[in-house]
Design a protein around this ligand. Structure first.
Ligand code: G4P
Length: 521
């Protein structure tokens, strides 16, 4: 029997250190996946366990993988999809965002909007993903809540519509005013935030003397917000015009239950999705899924390669023979893995919104669609403009085969973009990255996973523009410019700086030189 419980599939995104790992664990705790967060190891270890979901799974016997955490809350199935923490991996984040229906953006109350926060908001806007904003770390001194609302409005151009409002200023977090019901939700600390924080709901007349002043201040601000058109409007939220805001302390587990409630009440459920040709799959139509992440080397004892896919429509049943849209070939799903259920690694079935992993699916690449029934192909995830370029050569020529295999694999996973040209030949392809940390991953994995240490040599280019075969011809020999071809066939013209790129555009007005979306923070 297919599991018909409603789904919510979302990602938590933030500038590093805003508390993403802490919140993830707190969410799981509230959903009663974990019984006592951090209590076994104490606070010091809590960070280590949460930053690594696999370790967390081992330590607590809960159901997580490196790609998604699934739990049940109020009879809904919640899929929390993991995103990388560092801005150098923003392409990965972008891909993950193609697999979710909404995002929770964490903002550090003390720091306000940070570079990565701003960029991620933009990415969500680009992909049309509704965002719930959580102001975290309210247990610590920070900015005033109205100042934070102002920042969101001015810098992100989204109207903040707070659903809760803090009672007590940052650093003196007593609870929140639930702006929808007018109640005071009073929080009580537990030792180290190790267990679910008890909360008491009370009406305005029940607020005790100790909290009276803070409550009055919160009420004042709440009324101001009401006058300023800052009340939640579901349509505007889904249209990406507003962002509901809440206040929390992930570390103390304050506000976490409200966040889960909001996700269930407001965040969109999986819905109909359009393919590249404009045809639409409703969630109840034939099965289809979209590959958003390919990863290997997770288990050092054997070669493994997982392709993670989000179910878009229909019910997935293990063993189904589906069609790989880009090649038209059949694809067997015997080795599909569920991302939950620690002992049983096989997924028997999955519904729209769920994440499944295909083991050793060599044929699947990021952006691919698999389906039953009529052909459907979902739009590929656009790639960012690379800003860092290196040539890669095998340190040991005798290991060229391993070198080629490794580069091909990392290319398919999207760890870096791989560019080639006849001039350069296949021995030393150009690796292109949005952030320099991507190269470190390549070096590390080439050495340890593919047994082919590489030498990376920096190239002077900083700007890439998309061109075509004619452009490649015409720009041949132009100074400060080189045209290479990416594995997906796209021609990229590389320039040492943007002035040269602009100059080339002026000198060759007929040549296509299109800017790509900027990925760097
Ligand atoms: P990230 O995944 O977004 O990078 O952030 P992470 O959860 O690792 O949190 C970064 C730091 O912020 C950690 O402190 C964490 O304890 C702290 N933190 C997270 N949420 C809250 C909160 O609500 N209130 C307060 N006061 N702190 C919070 P750390 O010093 O790096 O580690 P630890 O020694 O405290 O574990």
């Amino acid at each position: 029997m297919p599991d018909k419980r409603p789904r919510r599939t979302f990602a938590v995104i933030s500038h590093p250190d805003a508390g993403k790992s802490t919140l993830t664990e707190a969410l799981a705790l509230h959903a009663r996946v974990i019984t006592e967060a951090g209590a076994v190891h104490g606070k010091g270890d809590r960070r280590a366990t949460v930053s690594d979901w696999m370790a967390m799974e081992k330590a607590r016997g809960i159901s997580i993988t490196s790609a998604a955490l699934q739990f049940v809350y109020r009879d809904h199935v919640v899929n929390l999809v993991d995103t990388p923490g560092h801005s150098d991996f923003s392409e990965d984040t972008y891909r993950v965002l193609s697999a979710v229906d909404s995002a929770v953006m964490l903002v550090d109350a003390g720091k306000g909007l940070e570079p990565q926060t701003l960029k991620l908001f933009k990415v969500c806007a680009l992909r049309g993903i509704p965002v719930i904003t959580v102001i975290n770390k309210w247990d610590r001194p920070g900015l005033s809540p109205l100042a934070l609302m102002d920042e969101i409005e001015r810098q992100i151009k989204l109207r903040p519509t707070p659903l809760t409002w803090p009672v007590g200023e940052a650093g003196d977090f007593r609870g929140v005013l639930d702006r929808r019901t007018g109640e005071f939700v009073k929080y009580t600390r537990t030792a180290g935030g190790a267990t679910r924080a008890p909360e008491r709901r009370m009406s305005a007349d029940e607020v005790e003397d100790v909290d009276a002043e803070a409550w009055a201040a919160a009420m004042d601000e709440h009324e101001l917000l009401g006058l300023d058109d800052a009340d939640h409007d579901q349509k505007r939220f889904l249209a990406g015009e507003t962002t509901p805001v809440m206040f929390a302390s992930a570390l103390q587990n304050f506000g976490v239950a409200q966040l889960l409630d909001l996700l269930l009440d407001l965040a969109p459920a999986p819905s109909a999705t359009a393919g590249v040709d404009g045809s639409v799959r409703e969630v109840e139509d034939d099965f289809s899924a979209f590959v958003f992440k390919v990863q290997s080397g997770m288990n050092s004892s054997h070669r493994d390669r997982m392709a993670y896919a989000r179910v878009v429509s229909g019910t997935f049943e293990r063993g189904m023979i589906v069609t790989h849209a880009s090649t038209g070939r059949p694809f067997a799903t015997k080795y599909a893995q569920s991302l939950f259920g620690r002992e049983t690694s096989a997924v028997e079935e999955a519904s729209p919104g769920d994440i499944i992993g295909f083991v050793n699916a060599q044929a699947l690449r990021v952006g691919d669609t698999v389906h039953l029934g009529d052909k459907i192909e979902y739009p590929p995830v656009p790639s960012f403009a690379p800003e860092h370029f290196m040539t890669a050569t095998a340190r040991d020529i005798g290991r060229y085969k391993q070198f080629r295999r490794g580069i091909e694999q990392l290319d398919q996973e999207g760890v870096v973009q791989v560019l080639r040209s006849d001039l350069r030949g296949d021995q030393s392809p150009v690796l292109a990255a949005v952030g320099p940390l991507q190269f470190e991953v390549v070096e590390e994995r080439m050495t340890h996973e593919f047994n082919s240490p590489i030498r990376l040599t920096r190239l002077d280019y900083q700007v890439a523009r998309r061109t075509d075969a004619d452009g490649a011809q015409e720009l041949r020999g132009a100074r400060g410019c080189e045209v290479l071809q990416r594995t997906d066939g796209t021609y990229l013209a590389l320039f040492i700086d943007k002035w040269r790129a602009n100059n080339a555009a002026r000198e060759h007005p007929d040549v296509l030189l299109e800017e790509l979306p900027a990925g760097g923070a």
